[in-house]
Design a protein around this ligand. Structure first.
Ligand SMILES: C[S@@+](CC[C@H](N)C(=O)[O-])C[C@H]1O[C@@H](n2cnc3c(N)ncnc32)[C@H](O)[C@@H]1O
Length: 421
């Protein structure tokens, strides 16, 4: 058994991509668990791990990153309370606001959600927060509601005086706030994870996806889509915003909150690779011959049967179909093929703001923000009022702390919308 085997096991079990925390962290965790179990050889520990769910949990506990604090990225909580404060309670009489914090770690995030809403006048008895984490140890601390100074960071700490009582060993949250949060031990990758659909008005899934590889990220976003109400809000960490945009979510336009609205139910239809290949090669042929191409179906709408005598699409229509297909591949996380078809389009058709914008989204989703920015800027050079590009570039600038640059682009996007409307 090689150390890489443990990395693979952690990836398969909890989604952890060891490269995000450094492989030596996993090696140290395995070494420490071997000592605790009295195992001398890796192979011996491997057997012990496979045989014991308790030991599996111990290894997971040894690698998780429980870093969190109250009001972390505070604008997210302002956005939550502005969206669902007293106004929501009044306009939704009798409804209960259902929120999810996944992962909740030691509880600071879900408790902050409750405190922010209480401060905004929301009646706590109508609030219900599910808070999930894979770590039993983190959840045990969360349930106690007793925190030390490491959970309070930054200078804005007035909330501590308002909500906590000073006790020996730290600050204690009152039962009124604690009782709103239902802590649940769970692994987001379990097949039976949180059954049900469209259950939550808002989901906080912050600083989890950064530890996953691309496939696991997309799988997890699929779960979030299932759990979020159609009009709901998904909050992610600053480094996770690009990924969420690439999955069809739209910015909720709440400054620095990294909040997103889910894609419409009909917008995520997969396009088969065969169809894309057909379209791409037909387009290349068509561009070479400067003639029309035969019988290339546009991917949208897929649900309706094709009319028996459909007109033959023009080269331009076929080219757009290629980009539609690229968009859907990107929506489904097939970034390489999506990028390939954008490049094929650019080769055949020349510069295009939409193709460059899509390439920007794809690079952003892969975490290559500099390349993404480059593509977005090229798209704006071609089409200065391209609204989606303006919004995505704004978000990218804000993510790296350039709030002023982001604001300028958002204003441009607003003007472009007004002009279009
Ligand atoms: C950095 S904390 C994020 C806490 C909080 N959301 C925040 O942003 O402050 C990451 C948490 O993810 C949890 N975690 C890691 N993999 C998980 C999985 N597969 N399912 C559920 N929770 C997981 C860890 O136990 C850890 O508590």
């Amino acid at each position: 058994m090689k150390p890489g085997g443990f990395q693979q096991w952690l990836k398969d079990t909890m989604g952890l991509d060891a490269s995000t925390i450094g492989p030596t962290v996993v090696e140290r965790a395995v070494a420490s668990r071997m000592t605790a179990c009295g195992c001398k050889q890796l192979a011996e520990y491997w057997q012990a791990l496979r045989a014991s769910p308790l030991e599996q949990q111990e290894l997971i506990e040894a690698v998780v990153v429980p870093e969190t604090w109250f009001f972390r990225d505070t604008q997210a909580f302002s956005a939550l309370s502005e969206t669902y404060g007293l106004h929501w309670a009044v306009t939704h009489p009798g409804d209960r606001l259902r929120l999810l914090s996944l992962p909740c770690s030691t509880g600071e995030e879900p408790y902050t959600m409750a405190m922010a809403l209480q401060d905004a006048g929301f009646p706590l008895e109508r609030l219900s927060i599910d808070a999930v984490d894979i770590s039993e140890r983190a959840l045990a601390k969360a349930r106690r509601g007793l925190y030390g100074s490491n959970s309070f960071r930054g200078r804005e700490l007035q909330f501590r005086e308002r909500h906590f009582t000073t006790v020996a060993g730290g600050w204690q949250l009152p039962e009124t706030v604690r009782s709103r949060v239902n802590f649940i031990q769970g692994n987001v990758l379990d097949v039976a994870f949180l059954p049900g659909e469209a259950v939550y008005d808002a989901i906080f899934c912050r600083n989890l996806l950064i530890y996953f590889d691309a496939d696991t990220q997309i799988r997890t976003v699929g779960i979030l889509k299932r759990l979020l109400r159609p009009q709901g809000l998904l909050f992610v960490g600053p480094a996770e915003a690009g990924l969420i945009l690439s999955q069809g979510f739209a910015s909720a336009q709440l400054p620095m909150a990294f909040a997103f609205r889910p894609p419409r139910a009909d917008s995520g239809v997969a396009v088969s690779a065969a169809m894309l290949a057909t379209t791409a090669s037909a387009l290349a042929g068509a561009a070479a011959k400067a003639t029309t191409v035969k019988a290339i179906a546009k991917p949208r709408p897929l649900a309706r049967p094709a009319p028996s005598a459909s007109p033959v699409p023009t080269v331009a229509e076929s080219a757009e179909a290629l980009l539609d297909a690229a968009q859907r591949l990107a929506d489904n996380g097939d970034f390489d093929r999506a990028a390939g078809s954008c490049q094929a389009y650019l080769q055949a058709q020349g510069p295009s703001a939409r193709a460059l914008y899509l390439l920007g989204l794809i690079e952003g989703a892969k975490g290559r923000n500099e390349l993404a920015e480059d593509y977005f800027r090229k798209a704006l050079y071609l089409q200065p009022q391209h609204e989606e590009t303006l919004m995505h570039l704004a978000l990218l600038l804000e993510t790296r702390g350039d709030a002023a640059g982001g604001r300028v682009l958002r204003l441009r996007a607003q003007r472009s919308r007004r002009t279009a409307g």
